[in-house]
Write a protein that binds this ligand. Structure first.
Ligand code: GDP
Ligand code: MG
Length: 426
């Protein structure tokens, strides 16, 4: 049984929270793309955790976590994250964490490149990409240039060191062009040695491991970072991440390109949020935005940046559901709308005086205006509800309306950040 958990929107839909809950029925949870630009907040009986690189299944003792070849891994950050979780009492060992030998290593110079380019863009154009400045775009670029290092190379440092001096020379050409201090081979060796020594026992061929587990009937979940609209091909380029955030990529990025997904669960937020720059048609401004941001606690888990917010966007969500091939939806953060007497929904976009219902090309998005409709709110606390029957009629109507607008079954509704604050719909 292979299931993907992916974001329908711009990210931060609550994927980590849903993986933490739904992984109770799974043996293995794999992250298959992205790096430590992810920020998945999980709250359960063990405490509150913000996961950047580790799969959200790591908080369950009987779940094995896998970091797939599609990921980019900052060695120092991963060691720090493991350490932090250990000090909170979470057990992490090569028994329950397997790292792909084919996953890419994010280098300190990739982080530097990210910062240099964001600062250059800000100065030159006033429009940086809004990157998390954690080196993700540069390291994926190096991957496709075939100049990146892979986790498996940490097991053979002598071979890696043959390649290293030329890569350092080549990277310094870029760093000098930005007017920054060149990096040294020694510093890079120190990075590989310090963190390689800690991580080497975790590095395996995860494809072999997952194929064997699948053949034995184990249940495998794939956890995405970010959402459909941040996908490198299908998202709002260039305001996207640099990896494939969609479900179809999950088996490839996890190390099992030969396996097919049985189910795609899309995580969709009851309203919209978007961190960083780029077109965000349904965006609220001023007081309306401040109110929703405060109610939803919309500040980036990885960066602390205030997130842009707006009402539920049916146009973007329909597109996200298509990209993810979602079979069912988990609707999150419905409780955030508790205090509204009326709730707005962006049902369509207006383009050149015409109403459109498809999600257009990125440049065209800038010309689109949102068309809002209002529905009656429930205006009461639903955070204690655990069954569909507990929900007020207006909340049920809202769920049914979103289902109708999106053409996809809403199977789960979450009404709080804690693990059990979730309703399974009939
Ligand atoms: P992810 O990146 O998709 O895993 O999502 P984030 O963790 O970045 O953002 C989701 C935020 O909403 C986190 O702070 C969660 O603790 C919180 N959250 C998740 N589900 C709910 C919910 O149903 N209600 C409320 N009020 N908060 C939620
Ligand atoms: Mg997040």
């Amino acid at each position: 049984m292979l299931t993907s958990i992916c974001g329908i929107n711009w990210g931060d839909e609550g994927k980590g929270r849903m993986v933490d809950l739904l992984s109770r029925d799974y043996d293995i949870v794999c992250r298959y793309q992205g790096g430590n630009n992810a920020g998945h907040t999980v709250i359960n009986d063990k405490g509150k955790f913000i996961l950047n690189l580790l799969p959200s299944g790591i908080l369950r003792e009987d779940v094995v976590c896998v970091m797939g070849p599609g990921m980019v891994i900052d060695l120092k950050h991963l060691c720090g994250e493991i350490q932090k979780l250990r000090s909170a009492g979470i057990k992490i060992s090569p028994e329950n964490l397997k790292i792909s030998d084919k996953a890419i290593i994010t280098m300190p110079y990739n982080v530097l490149q990210d910062i240099m380019e964001e600062d250059r863009l800000a100065k030159a154009t006033g429009k940086p990409y809004g990157s998390t400045r954690r080196g993700i775009a540069p390291v994926y670029a190096d991957k496709y240039l075939k100049k990146a290092f892979r986790m498996g190379e940490l097991l053979n440092l002598d071979l890696l060191y043959k390649r290293l001096p030329d890569i350092v020379d080549w990277k310094n050409m870029t760093i000098k062009a930005y007017g920054f201090t060149p990096i040294s081979v020694e510093d890079m060796k120190a990075y590989f040695e310090e963190y390689g020594a800690i991580l080497k026992d975790y590095i395996i061929d995860v494809g072999m491991y997952l194929n064997k587990a699948n053949a034995e009937g184990k249940k495998i979940m794939f956890e995405a970072q970010l959402g459909a609209l941040r996908d490198i091909d299908y998202g709002i380029v260039p305001y996207t991440s640099s990896s494939s955030t969609i479900a179809a990529y999950a088996p490839i990025g996890a190390g099992v390109p030969n396996l097919k997904l049985d189910k795609s669960i899309g995580i969709m937020k009851a309203y919209s949020s978007c961190v960083g720059a780029g077109p965000f048609t349904c965006e609220y401004f001023g007081e309306k935005a401040d109110k929703l941001r405060e109610l939803g606690g919309e500040y980036g888990a990885a960066t602390g940046r205030p997130r842009r917010v707006g009402p539920f966007d049916a146009v973007a969500s329909r597109y996200g559901i298509m990209c993810q091939g979602a079979d069912e939806i988990a609707l999150t953060k419905l409780d955030v709308l508790d205090s509204y007497e009326e709730i707005e929904i962006c049902t369509h976009y207006e383009l050149d005086g015409k109403i459109i219902d498809h999600f257009p090309f990125t440049d065209v998005l800038d010309l689109c205006k949102p068309v809002f409709e209002k529905v009656k709110g429930w205006n009461c606390d639903i955070s204690h509800c655990r069954k569909a029957e507990d929900l007020p009629k207006e909340a049920l109507d809202y769920i049914r309306l979103l289902e109708k607008l999106c053409g996809c079954k809403i199977k789960y509704v979450s009404v709080g950040a804690e693990r059990d604050a979730c309703i399974v719909m009939d």
